[in-house]
Design a protein around this ligand. Structure first.
Ligand SMILES: [Zn+2]
Length: 367
């Protein structure tokens, strides 16, 4: 049992807020940093506020596996062959492993499968969610979707703008033709390393992390990010979902991994002190739940859109509004299931309204 040796005097070593960042990240232009023998950290550009994604290359005896694909942009497609030519020692690509369906992680999967003639490895839940997202774009604005948004209290003109932005999104439409299923607890042996599949929920339905116990390495996808909190969202597909409960469980599960594990996330720098990061992420949501509880004590009755405006005070783009509303619903669903809130789902307006059970118990609600 041995950690990858990255001493504090390594170039670029930073210790910030008790997380340790032992390596300088590569530039987001297809540059590569070697993390360990047969394990490369590749960073691709993204044309948005989050301007990069980390991808990883894992060496097998007779080729390489790609972990996540990058966005389906002309730039990323242009960079991939150069990366392979420069860094794969003349060995072919053997397969693509996608941690989850979000399009920065999977929208180039079809192209990579065709370009390198390789299979795609994914969990069942992620593959079929990707399929459903890409085919569902034609049905945007269905009665069921409109009802879902109407129930939140968001004005209809904002919903129309969200749908319009989604229709024009250049990345959603790609969907791979087939896959090889990976499951919780399975082990992929790649080269001398054994990678155990650990499934996380909350950010996406069946997110795969890959853990090498012997070298204490975790390919974490979006399940454990160092600098940002992953979006935890309720959508019209499952309005009563409890993604926050699932997220808490999944984070707790990661606490069973070795404390010295080097985490290889999809965004931000690689880092150590994962148990601390797990705790920070849990506390972030606990704080959010507390602040919503305070909001509920100020407001006699409120809807999800009003709670969203309380939680997210800055101005939001249409897609950010969709994500913020989904994240708000995730917290409201949690508070309702915990007995902190009551939700009235059948009223004349068709908008779901929430009441604090604390206020109700004190009799401050007019009957
Ligand atoms: Zn994601």
């Amino acid at each position: 049992m041995k950690s990858i040796n990255l001493p504090e005097e390594s170039p670029g070593y930073v210790r910030d807020n008790f997380l340790e960042y032992p390596m300088t990240p590569p530039m987001p232009d297809g540059s590569v940093v070697e993390i360990a023998d047969g394990l490369l950290w590749l960073r691709m550009p993204m044309p948005m506020a989050l301007d990069h994604i980390n991808l990883y290359l894992v060496e097998d005896d007779d080729g390489w596996f790609i972990i996540d694909t990058g966005l389906n942009t002309a730039k990323t497609r242009e960079l991939w062959p150069t990366v392979v030519e420069r860094h794969c020692n003349g060995k072919p690509i053997k397969g693509v492993i996608c941690t989850h369906f979000h399009y920065d992680h999977s929208s180039l999967s079809s192209w990579l499968m065709q370009t390198f003639n390789v299979p795609l490895y994914m969990t069942y839940g992620e593959f079929y969610t990707l399929k459903s997202m890409s085919s569902g774009i034609a049905n945007l604005g269905s009665e069921q979707q409109l009802d879902f948004y109407h129930r939140t209290g968001i004005p209809r003109d904002q919903v129309d703008v969200i749908f319009d932005k989604c229709r024009k999104d250049p990345f959603i439409k790609y969907s791979p033709p087939s896959f090889i299923r990976i499951r919780e607890g399975e082990v992929l042996t790649i080269g001398r390393r054994r990678w155990q599949i650990i499934i996380g929920e909350g950010h996406s339905p069946e997110h795969a992390c890959l853990y090498c116990e012997e070298d204490r390495l975790l390919l974490a996808g979006d399940q454990l990010l160092p600098e940002i909190s992953s979006n935890i969202l309720v959508s019209e597909m499952e309005p009563q979902a409890q993604p926050l409960t699932n997220w808490f469980h999944s984070l707790e599960k990661l606490k069973s991994l070795h404390v010295e594990t080097l985490v290889l996330p999809a965004h931000g720098p690689v880092f150590r002190q994962m148990h601390l990061r797990v705790q920070q992420l849990i506390e972030h949501h606990v704080d959010t739940l507390d602040s919503i509880r305070e909001f509920t004590l100020q407001e006699t009755e409120f809807n999800a859109y009003q709670a969203m405006k309380f939680m997210f005070k800055r101005s939001l783009s249409p897609i950010e509004t969709m994500m913020a509303l989904g994240e708000t619903l995730a917290h409201l669903n949690w508070l309702e299931s915990n007995g902190d809130l009551m939700c009235q789902r059948s009223n004349d307006s068709g908008i779901n309204t929430y009441l604090s059970t604390t206020i109700t118990k004190k009799g401050r609600i007019k009957q």
